[in-house]
Write a protein that binds this ligand. Structure first.
Ligand code: BTN
Length: 270
């Protein structure tokens, strides 16, 4: 198997011409502790900063977990985005990011991938991609967010088996070792399109897409949050991107963040 290495010129080449006027700066690394950390420490700029690496030595996942990042196999990618409004009004952004990744995959004819609220991309119940969004606050310039995406592209079955949950790669889905330069170009294009639309129109226009790709709708789930956990039937998301969860007593909860797992029990209640 020969896998193309990441190359700045190749990513630029594949970027759609509609983005040529966007001020984008792409940092391509051999190895870095974390692409999210790299962008956090960059000085303020007017550019959309992107970092991708062949390997991460301290890749970070959600809830303080480690993100296994072997050399040359997968995508470890971060994009820094300046928020125009208040940070508190960005609920739904992590769902929009997942929909952007999904759109990038669909551009390459990779279908059948679904989104497990809030931001895992899954295929046949196995995790393909996760994202970690971190906020950077500055009193004078407002807020930036760092959007970090870890996407399994060509990790072997043995490597995936080391992870703490059932996981898969694009190779498992398609039998193809994709050129990561193409995927990164599609990710940049789709993220910018989706984030611009979200910033102008909010979450509402994304709701129909969410409904088509929601992997948890109607299922009995368990949501873990730093403050506790809840179980119930998932009923989609509201206009702000919050998960609607109906617990066993019939009470409706609206959740903004957390980690979802499926309950063994399959009986549904309405
Ligand atoms: C998750 O736990 O599902 C989120 C994983 C996010 C991993 C990516 S890899 C690129 C970026 N840099 C990091 O250190 N983490 C994110």
């Amino acid at each position: 198997m020969s896998i193309a290495l990441l190359k700045h010129s190749a990513i630029q080449h594949y970027l759609q011409s509609e983005l040529l006027n966007e001020p984008i700066r792409i940092h391509v690394m051999d190895s870095i502790d974390s692409t999210n950390r790299f962008l956090k420490d960059l000085p303020q700029s007017h550019s959309i900063e992107v970092c991708c690496a062949e390997a991460q030595t301290d890749g970070r996942g959600r809830f303080g977990r480690q993100w296994h990042s072997p050399f040359g196999k997968n995508i470890y990618f971060s994009l820094r985005w300046h928020i125009k409004g208040e940070l508190s009004q960005q609920s739904g952004m992590s769902l929009v990011v997942s929909m952007a990744v999904l759109a990038a995959l669909q551009d390459m004819n990779i279908n059948d991938v679904r989104i497990k609220w809030p931001n895992d991309l899954v295929w046949q119940g196995q995790k393909l991609c996760g994202s970690l969004i971190e906020a950077l606050l500055d009193r004078t310039t407002g807020a930036d967010v760092i959007i970090g995406i870890g996407l399994n592209v060509s990790s072997s079955v043995d490597e995936l088996a080391l992870l703490n949950r059932p996981s898969c790669s694009l190779y498992d889905i398609t039998g193809v070792h994709f050129d990561r330069n193409v995927i990164i170009a599609r990710l940049i294009t789709r993220l910018i399109q989706h984030l611009e639309r979200f910033s102008n129109q909010g979450f509402l226009p994304f709701l129909p897409v969410w409904q088509q790709t929601d992997d948890v709708y109607g299922k009995m789930i368990h949501v873990t949050q730093p403050t506790g956990s809840l179980s119930g039937i998932a009923k989609g998301v509201n206009e702000g991107g919050q998960l609607i969860l109906i617990d066993e007593s019939g009470k409706t909860h609206y959740l903004s963040s957390g980690e979802t797992s499926f309950q063994k029990r399959t009986t549904h209640f309405d």
